[in-house]
Design a protein around this ligand. Structure first.
Ligand SMILES: [Zn+2]
Length: 54
């Protein structure tokens, strides 16, 4: 699973776009731990991130 780079300081992780396969909605501070406690998805804060990547 690859790290998601975001310019947001807080992201919402639900595990999946499909609620049936996801987990309860959690807010993750990308400037602190940056890791979802449910699915271990990592998020990294980068204010210079632009949308042309990925
Ligand atoms: Zn998650």
């Amino acid at each position: 699973m690859s790290t998601i780079i975001t310019k947001n300081t807080t992201v919402i992780c639900r595990g999946s776009k499909n609620p049936s396969y996801g987990h309860p909605k959690v807010y993750i501070n990308t400037q602190k731990d940056g890791r979802c406690p449910y699915c271990s998805q990592e998020y990294k804060y980068n204010p210079k991130q632009n949308k042309s990547h990925e």
